[in-house]
Ligand binder design. Sequence first.
Ligand SMILES: [Zn+2]
Length: 71
Amino acid sequence: MAPKLPAYLYPTESSPGLRVRGGTQYTSSQGDYVCGGCGAEDHANGDNAVKALVDDYTDNHGPAHRNGGNR
Ligand SMILES: [Zn+2]
């Protein structure tokens, strides 16, 4: 029986950021982000999709917005 995750683990417009939960033998990995720079959000399930989501966030959102638009 999977424990219910507390709400603060999920990014929202008022609390932007990247959240990743590793999978277990019963569940796949999950990732979510809400970008504080442009308001974009995305969600992914599964190791490969979560990796792509993290790369997208890292390259195009979040910290990337603070790098002088170098993206
Ligand atoms: Zn963004």
